[in-house]
Design a protein around this ligand. Structure first.
Ligand SMILES: Cc1cc2nc3c(=O)[nH]c(=O)nc-3n(C[C@H](O)[C@H](O)[C@H](O)COP(=O)(O)O)c2cc1C
Length: 196
């Protein structure tokens, strides 16, 4: 059985909604078991479900974009992972990342880059999203567009800032999230199978 974990932070529930849909996509891949963890529970190196992450074959990071970067709760989790870094505990695991923010762009790329660098620090194998951008021609349908924000290195979704998490992100972004989760689960499964 391939083991995948999602570890995410969400201050106001919107990124949690994205995480739910990433999880839904990942759970659809046979032979993959998934743990969904909150960065809030991993704020020090001593406490929290670090063993679950140690046992995982792949870890998907998730954070809202706050002030053009990952949230402080996510950063504290990232810094707390330095004890794991010291013994190479995440080396050669698959890594991927998603972020959600109010604007279509909103400097989400910086958050994804932070996650990619975190993975690089740990010697993990970064898996991009790589989906074609769904809104980049005059024929594109904005409302139905998958990967509307057009990020390639990870998943970027949008939550309109005046709406609650049960109304935003919209259906297209949530479908994109499921596709992303499925892709990372499949990549992790192939990575594990290749090691056998
Ligand atoms: C402190 C703070 C900073 C924010 N900074 C950004 C930003 O840089 N770019 C952006 O597009 N949205 C920004 N937003 C909007 C959030 O990214 C957006 O509301 C998101 O859905 C929040 O996710 P959450 O509900 O999981 O906390 C910010 C919101 C807060 C509270």
């Amino acid at each position: 059985m391939t083991k995948l974990s999602i570890v995410y932070h969400s201050g106001y529930g919107h990124t949690a909604k994205v995480a739910e849909h990433v999880a839904k996509g990942a759970r659809g891949v046979t032979g993959v078991s998934l743990d969904v963890l909150k960065a809030d529970d991993l704020q020090t190196a001593e406490e929290g479900p670090w063993d679950t992450l140690a046992a995982a074959d792949g870890i998907i990071f998730g954070s809202p974009t706050y002030m053009g970067a990952s949230s402080s709760v996510f950063r504290k989790f990232a810094e707390s992972s330095s004890k794991t870094w010291m013994n190479g505990g995440w080396r050669d695991k698959i890594a991927a990342g998603f972020t959600n923010s109010g604007s279509l762009a909103g400097d989400k790329l910086n958050t994804l880059q932070e996650m990619m660098i975190l993975a690089g620090q740990h010697g993990m194998i970064w898996a991009n999203y790589g989906a074609f951008p769904g809104y980049n021609t005059s024929k594109s349908d904005f409302g139905a567009a998958w990967n509307r924000a057009g990020h390639m290195i990870g998943l970027g979704t949008q939550s309109l800032t005046d709406l609650p998490a049960d109304e935003t992100p919209d259906k297209a972004d949530l479908s994109t999230s499921e596709d992303f989760g499925q892709r990372i689960a499949e990549i992790t499964k192939r990575w594990v199978a290749g090691k056998a």
